[in-house]
Design a protein around this ligand. Structure first.
Ligand SMILES: Cc1cc2nc3c(=O)[nH]c(=O)nc-3n(C[C@H](O)[C@H](O)[C@H](O)COP(=O)(O)OP(=O)(O)OC[C@H]3O[C@@H](n4cnc5c(N)ncnc54)[C@H](O)[C@@H]3O)c2cc1C
Length: 477
């Protein structure tokens, strides 16, 4: 346990973003997905002999936790098998939403929104943070009833969510071909550019003392007398007594090798980015067919509303019973594919055991880069043109997919592992970990230090899957 008094935290360095940075982004619109294994390494370490905390995984969760620990003068090493943010944390839609959150996540995401504003200033580069709102469009009475349920939660936390009638929807997003029955909007929700923001925050963290080592897979935990004593990596061993596993879609594979089982599966989601287009709406919005979000470079990030695929592997069978509630609620929401491509976390041929001195599945796949699904791309094209027929063509400039680390109840595990003192898990953000990332990072930094986390984490406890509690899915809205 590492305790640092609050007042040891250095004051944030404030620097306002410049117009130059904004212009730069507009002059360089996205033409291809920005991360591959060929992307030059930015963070070289080196791997230290010892570190007070080691974090496995350089996505938004790992990066933010590392930043907060460094601000408390804790020595922290962040291990990333590939490139910072190259998996989910760059592939996401860039929505920072309080809207539609689980009641226990909402206070953390409210804190996250405050932290995002601070980060946008501290990074010293434009991360594309804009308060442009998030809007859900409803076709059915059931959707409207779900929105009304969330409104009660939002109001209890002082969030500015409001319901919209049909005319208000048409006024908020003009030019849509269809009349919606109503909608829900949260004007204080934001957007940011994921592949710009997370590396920028990592650079901030490195400037504040975090030792980031890219191209460095953690292979195994080193345990002495049942406690954490170090981490074996592909570049050698780091002695430590505190490890955070924030490894996204790889977490379950990593933990299972140490006897810790979590019912995590990963599902593929396809995304497309248009080139610059006239502005139809400055924020983010979705109905059941299409999700869209204005980007800083003048294009739109698009995705087919609510469609994803699960590659069936050993974990899908192992955890099937835990997912029955979700399956009953939405039996046709997932398309099943018989086997994941070679090297994926739950592929049939992926080894489940490996030695610390031999190559592990993690360095064999530095960047999990699933192919976008052809039918998903067709659905995007159709969905966007149907809604905005004024665009005869959708100028798609890039497409990609990401593997979402899903949990049966659509909320993460954020907890210590009682069986292995020194081990903390933060995973299963279930498709909404980008927006909440800064809040989770702050919470985790306190959890690791043995401080009160400031929010009730009971909902996110590891034992909920084994203590006989019923699976209680969070809102899938
Ligand atoms: C298509 C898509 C759209 C989404 N849209 C949104 C959105 O609009 N808003 C939102 O809030 N969320 C969204 N999400 C979810 C969000 O992106 C994730 O919840 C979030 O990025 C998870 O962050 P993470 O740090 O937990 O995991 P990741 O970003 O996946 O990072 C985990 C990292 O760990 C590394 N790693 C794994 N194993 C090891 C190892 N053994 N050693 C070293 N490194 C390792 C991986 O290489 C990876 O970089 C979306 C996700 C996807 C895929």
């Amino acid at each position: 346990m590492i305790r640092r008094p609050e007042n040891e935290c250095p004051p944030p360095r404030l620097k306002l973003q410049t117009d130059t940075a904004i212009t730069d982004q507009k002059d360089h619109p996205l033409t291809a997905f920005p991360f591959t294994e060929a992307t030059p390494v930015q963070f070289h370490g080196p791997l230290p002999k010892t570190s007070e905390v080691v974090i496995v995984g350089g996505g938004i969760i790992g990066v933010m936790t590392a930043l907060f620990l460094a601000r408390r003068n804790v020595s922290v090493t962040l291990l990333e098998k590939g490139r910072i943010a190259a998996e989910q944390s760059s592939r996401n839609w860039g929505w920072i939403r309080q809207q539609g959150r689980d009641a226990d996540e909402l206070p953390i995401v409210i804190e996250a929104c405050r932290l995002w504003r601070q980060l946008a200033e501290e990074c010293g580069e434009d991360i594309g943070l804009r308060q442009t709102g998030v809007t859900y469009l409803a076709r059915t009475d059931k959707e409207l009833a779900d929105f009304a349920e969330f409104l009660k939660i939002a109001e209890a936390h002082g969030v500015d969510t409001r319901l919209l009638d049909s005319d208000e929807v048409a006024e908020l997003i003009p030019g849509m071909s269809r009349r919606f029955g109503g909608g829900m909007t949260t004007p204080s929700d934001m957007r940011a550019e994921p592949w710009i923001a997370v590396p920028a925050i990592a650079r901030l963290a490195a400037r504040e003392g975090v030792n980031i080592v890219e191209n460095c897979a953690a292979r195994r935990l080193d345990l002495s007398g049942g406690r954490i004593s170090g981490v074996w990596t592909e570049k050698g061993r780091v002695a430590t007594s505190n490890v955070l596993v924030a490894s996204g879609a790889w977490t379950s594979l990593f933990l299972r090798a140490h006897g810790v089982s979590i019912p995590q599966l990963s599902v593929r989601l396809t995304v497309a980015a248009t080139g610059p287009m006239p502005e139809i709406h400055a924020g983010a919005a979705t109905d059941e067919h299409i999700a869209f979000r204005r980007r800083q470079d003048g294009g739109y990030t698009l995705a087919p509303g609510g469609s994803h695929q699960l590659y069936v592997g050993p974990d899908a069978f192992r955890h099937l019973t835990k997912y029955l509630t979700a399956l009953k609620a939405n039996p046709f929401g997932t398309r099943y594919l018989p086997a994941a491509p070679r090297g994926y976390p739950d592929a049939w041929s992926t080894p489940r055991k490996w030695d610390a001195d031999a190559e592990s599945p993690f360095e064999r796949m530095r960047v999990l880069n699933p192919a976008p699904e052809a039918s998903g791309l067709r659905a995007i094209d159709r969905g966007f043109r149907d809604l905005f027929p004024q665009f005869k063509q959708v100028p798609i400039k890039a497409s990609w997919a990401g593997m979402i680390d899903a949990m049966p109840d659509v909320v993460p595990v954020v907890d210590r592992v009682p069986a292995i003192p020194g081990l903390v898990i933060a995973t299963g953000m279930s498709g909404h970990g980008f927006g909440i990332g800064p809040g989770m990072g702050r919470v985790l930094s306190d959890l690791i230090q043995g401080n009160a986390p400031g929010h009730d984490l009971n909902r996110f406890r590891l034992s909920r899957f084994t203590d006989g509690s019923p699976i209680r899915p969070g809102p899938a809205i």
